[in-house]
Design a protein around this ligand. Sequence first.
Ligand SMILES: [Zn+2]
Length: 543
Amino acid sequence: MNLIKLAFRNFFRMKFKLFIALFIGSISILKAQYNNPQYKIIDVEHYKLTLEVNDSTNVINANINVNLQFKQAANEFYLDLVERDSVSGKGMKVDSIYQNNVEVNFKQLNNKLIIYPKHNFPNLTYTYKIKYKGEPKDGLVISKNLHGDRTFFGDNWPNRAKNWFPCVDHPSDKATVEYIIKAPNHYQAIANGFMVEETNISEKRKQYYFKTEVPLPTKVMVVGIAKFAIQNIGEVQNVPVSTWVYPQTKENGFHDFEIAKSVLDFFIEKIGEYPYQKLANVQSKTRFGGMENAGNIFYFEESVTGKQEHEDLIAHEIVHQWFGNSATEIDWSHLWLSEGFATYLTDLYMLEKHGDEVFKTRLRKEKSKVLSFYKQSKTPVVDGKTKDFMKLLNANSYQKGAWVLHMLRDKIGNELFWQGIKEYYNTYKFKNASTKDFKQVMEQVSGKSLELFFNQWLFNVGHPILKTDFIYFRKKLRLTVEQLQEKPFEFPLEIALYYKDGSSEIKTIEVQNKSYAYEIEAKGDVKYIELDPNTKLLFEEEK
Ligand SMILES: [Zn+2]
């Protein structure tokens, strides 16, 4: 997802919403699911959700078939589901549960739906049919859009799916999904996957049926029900692309999302086959700038301007279809495998489309975000300690992750970098991966050990903080480089020498030590030097 590319006004609005969400979330919703023992007991294979919405109340009537296997025998197991609380009246109340047509006992406690199975032999698939209803506290946002029209938008990241359907709400348990949506017929509905059916079931109601063919993490499972104007804008390498926007400003919206086609084409060429049955770009009520829901990306309402202002946001969310949605981080601590990838591959798209200066400007901005984030939070990119997942949407996951990929590309070269990206995707598509898995692929492709590189940039805190001093003496530049941060890093450092006669040249030194004096051949009297003139290194300069 993207938090960054909002206009200022929206940015503050969104920050405020996030703040509210964090505040409420810290009480219950965002309590850590991390290393949850439940994932050792069951593996969900498929969800079939029937969801009925109406205009007179915000209560949803639903039933879901959850197909799952047991990994070990257990007297009880649970699915995540936010229960109805008596204070707000919101949350879900379960009416009945059947295991393969036999009714079973259950209870709802602490936002868990605890089920007592009749049988649970490992390696057999059981279907739990769960009937429930209630007004979602979150996750399925039922409200009015900026034109005052009623809308229903799923918005699950990180683990808010459990507000509207029972599930294992963790990126490591992926499943295929079907949705049967029943809604008043003045709406259109969209969801992940292929639309199999659209039927008028009565004078006033419609039924939609969507189905995915590949497994998804719950964070990107979604439905959207609203008054839409829909434009089919053709196919890109056999992938149908469409735009779903509010009808009041449809001309603007259709124009804004047209660029998605060339973005999609670029990334199919670079990464490999697109993982889903369609790409729909949807104007929505997501709390984020963009939310990469699989096959139907939801963008913030004000993204529609008619000026195509969000090319990089669109690119970012499209990258997520491969990285985050299809090749998914195994746990929240490896979030940079989603966000760092989306950020940097967007930078590379912008490089190809708009040239080197635009690319370098983006990198410099990203660098300054990393440096200022470091001043308030001394955490590594791979951060297993932060349990409030909203706080992982930070400059480490996005901009520092991007910079790590940038330095990796410099280290192994552009060609091997893209080969590695393709190889990593191909190995982990529709599965989960950790940082170590990515490292291993890049080591195989490049033939280099990347142990030190990954450790210092991703598992350690911080970056090089450099202090330099030089004198020119007898055709030699004597340069002292001091690393002021606690642990020394190892990296190549480019230095531009600017001579008194107006010429210049670039030299590269290998920095390893806390402090070291280098002797560099110089062809004349050096007036001044510049560190990293080509924007290749993530570092801070102490003047
Ligand atoms: Zn993102």
